[in-house]
Design a protein around this ligand. Sequence first.
Ligand SMILES: Cc1cc2nc3c(=O)[nH]c(=O)nc-3n(C[C@H](O)[C@H](O)[C@H](O)COP(=O)(O)OP(=O)(O)OC[C@H]3O[C@@H](n4cnc5c(N)ncnc54)[C@H](O)[C@@H]3O)c2cc1C
Length: 440
Amino acid sequence: MYTRASASDWNDFKQPSWTAKDLPLMKHLETYQKPVNNDTHGYNGPIAISNGGSVTALAQDFLHTSDAVGIPFSDDLQDSNTSHTSEIWAKYINRHTGRCSGTATAYIHSVMDTQSNLYLCTNAHINHIIFKDNKAIGVAYIPMHNRMHGGKLVETIVKGRKCVVLSSGMLGMPQILERSGMGNKELLKKLDIKVVSDLLGVGEEYQDHYTMLLRRWCLVYHVSNESQTLDNFLWGVPKVQCELFQEWEVSPEKVHLSSNAINARFKICPTKEELKEMGPELNKFWDKYFKDKPDKPVMFGSIVSGAYVDHTLLPPRKYITMFQYLEYLASHGKIHIQLQSPYKELFFNSGFMNNKADFVPIRWSYKPSVDIDIKTVKELQPDGLSVGIYMGTWHQPGEQYDALKVHESIKYSAEDDMAINNWISGSCFHLLLSHVSVDE
Ligand SMILES: Cc1cc2nc3c(=O)[nH]c(=O)nc-3n(C[C@H](O)[C@H](O)[C@H](O)COP(=O)(O)OP(=O)(O)OC[C@H]3O[C@@H](n4cnc5c(N)ncnc54)[C@H](O)[C@@H]3O)c2cc1C
């Protein structure tokens, strides 16, 4: 899914030439295939960005309902500045071919096709960086499975003439840095690693964005059988699979499979009044991330036109799934090596929900989200409602829309809040792909 950081996220790095206005590559990498009224996107880059082949009517209903509860529709929620609106959610999919557009095709295979100076070595595990007088000059790697040489760690060394760039992700990076002598010097000394740079932050402040979704299937709803969802395809109904694949081959630019059925989303921020209600638990967290930074959303929510669960577990009907993410976390974890060898067990604590402040925004956003879900589903049954929002215009309204009709918000008691907290502690997941109870 096409997702860009807020401008203030870049500025928060507090690094010269890494501020939002210094980042032309954000534009250069993309060929933006949606109409838009700002100049924050690029049109000649190798990564194509579009809405995919189709936007379901369910997604349009979701946008319409979001608007009714005070989250207005926008052409572009990815301009790095907008934070409290909804949009048709773009993907890294080329509008013309209906195929995924990503790093491998844009920057690796396409370059290797035409140039001889890019060599790709797969199944290679970087052990550490090689330094000369504290300047990185290369890396030492070993085969990923290391079955040769009787299992001994025999390294291959690659040297760089100009610079060494590491991009081994948020879990791989701290390990390589620590094995290379960059990290907390006390830890490095304990592991008998020569200190190149005493950097306290390496391996600290691990974060993910928490997703509220599956547990007890709270946010998977049954919708009418006429609705357009991916469920029959995901169940493997042969006729539907055959039709959709055929459509995809013949006209990839306008078919259902040129999308993943995640078509709409919103980002939200609390009003001043809501912020007051959210209480002191949130204050420190709020001051750290959000104060004077209106471009930062607190939560985002989205709809999937289909059940985002194991279909073998569901009765054969049609579904929508609603999910929400917490965008910035008070909870932090850590990851550190425990021995020099790259094959030894790590210390990893995800820190999942270890700060109570994270409950507050999730609980707050649960309420409008459920409101939107219920109203979307209510409106869909029995006859359905499609409002025709497409590419940023309201060009094809359905029957006269009465926002008041769906505007009775649910009232929550303290007991309800407690129940939502319990649900949060049992349903959050993302990278770890399972829930972690706060009591554990
Ligand atoms: C379930 C999930 C869904 C997501 N969905 C989206 C989305 O819809 N939109 C979006 O924008 N972002 C999404 N993200 C986030 C996005 O995938 C990451 O932010 C992004 O991939 C980070 O890129 P990276 O290059 O920094 O690291 P990575 O993509 O993690 O790449 C690091 C690579 O380094 C390799 N590596 C690690 N250690 C070593 C070593 N010692 N030697 C050699 N190789 C090593 C790893 O195997 C990996 O291939 C999602 C993430 C997850 C987990």
